[in-house]
Design a protein around this ligand. Structure first.
Ligand code: PLP
Length: 376
């Protein structure tokens, strides 16, 4: 969290009013919420009344999918690289679900989308994220929306990863809705928003006192929403440092390739978010590397988390057609506003030991063949 966000949250916690109360303290709290709404709307290129504050990106995605039937949607087309908050919500919906595949570069296949839309006249909701959370690969959302319009279909975009990093204008995009999350833009965790088009009906997941124009019941999380607004405003006013982070990411990747020539950088052939690097060394299990790097003070994530003691492979790497030895080994590194060259140096102090301990030589070995197989 940026210090400016922390300070704003602290100040907001001193306001005792409930934004739904009509008294002075309530009106003050309401003003804080509405200022934040305007700030988030400005960064999203949306009208303030389009913003529905939620408890994060997960709830925003669920709300969009839950509301689909109320908008005449009878089926869902879900990209194979969606975050679990989309794919799991689609699975439990009462609607038919079909898959939208991606290319080996990790980009949604628009020919497949067109064929799918043309092959079934029931109204569809297309679920395509703006950028993938593991690889950072940017998706062709404008083209998907244009295609969907031809077939009277709707599009919901999980914009959690790209919001604040790549420009977006909800108004000109023409999607039915987009999901946002505060903690991806240096705001607090547990706050997000669904941005909804004027003609879209929202069926609340949480029913209550009519807050958020009847679209999400319950007293708003005033300090969290204020923090989200300040984080958005900081980007609108001072920029997002993506040019610096891209230089740092590229420096990281060139050093990584020099030290470990067998490394595979996922999605390297596609446009990517400039702060993200997802890489794998065949059979160097991601969870082993993540733990070893953590001991060295470096926080990175496995492409796929393990669940109930069982190590999963990355569904994103699998969807890209990468072999199991890579899909179980992908590590994602995200740079933030406070990341520095020293952080990258710290990584490379630890990395040779991680590779060596796992029994990998840091030169071309059997992994060289793997790189050739995945087309790097
Ligand atoms: N969608 C994507 C692409 C994400 O990366 C995340 C979080 O990592 C979410 C949705 C969920 O957002 P939240 O953690 O705010 O619920």
């Amino acid at each position: 969290m940026k210090p400016i966000v922390r300070d704003a949250i602290y100040e907001a916690m001193r306001v005792s009013g409930n934004p739904s109360s009509v008294h002075r303290a309530g009106r003050l709290a309401r003003r804080l919420v509405e200022t934040a709404r305007g700030r988030v709307a400005a960064l999203a290129g949306a009208k303030p009344q389009s913003i529905v504050f939620t408890a994060g990106g997960t709830e925003a995605n669920n709300l969009a999918i839950y509301s689909a039937a109320a908008n005449g949607v009878e089926r869902l087309i879900v990209s194979t690289i969606e975050h679990a908050s989309v794919s799991a919500a689609a699975e439990v919906s009462a609607l038919d679900v079909s898959e939208l595949p991606v290319s080996q570069a990790g980009v949604a296949d628009l020919n497949a989308l067109e064929a799918n839309l043309a092959g079934d006249s029931r109204r569809a909701l297309v679920l395509l994220m703006s950028a993938n959370n593991e690889t950072g690969v940017i998706q062709p959302i404008k083209a998907a929306v244009a295609l969907a319009k031809q077939f009277n279909a709707l599009v919901h975009v999980d914009a959690v990863q790209s919001f604040g990093k790549e420009p977006i204008s909800f108004e000109s995009l023409g999607a039915a809705s987009i999901a946002l999350s505060s903690h991806k833009i240096a705001g607090p965790t547990g706050v997000g928003a669904l941005v909804v088009g004027d003609s879209i009906i929202i069926r609340p997941l949480i029913n209550g006192g009519g807050q958020e124009l009847g679209r999400r019941g319950g007293t708003q999380n005033v300090p969290g929403i204020v923090g989200f607004g300040v984080a958005a405003d900081a980007i609108s006013k001072s920029g997002n440092q993506m040019a610096e982070l891209e230089a740092l990411r590229d420096h990281f990747e060139s050093q990584l390739r020099a030290q470990t020539p067998s490394v595979v950088v996922l999605g390297a052939d596609a446009p990517r978010l400039r702060n993200t690097s997802c890489f794998a060394v065949a059979d160097l299990r991601a969870e082993t590397a993540v733990m070893a790097l953590d001991l060295a003070g470096v926080c990175v994530s496995a492409g796929a988390a393990c669940s109930s003691g069982k190590v999963a492979t990355s569904h994103v790497a699998e969807a890209m057609g990468l072999p199991e030895a890579i899909a179980g080994s992908s590590i994602r590194m995200s740079l933030g506003w406070a990341s520095s060259h020293e952080d990258i140096d710290r990584f490379f102090e630890a990395w040779p030991k991680v590779v060596k301990r796992a029994g990998h030589a840091s030169d071309e070995g059997s992994n060289g063949a793997m790189r050739a197989r995945v087309g790097e």
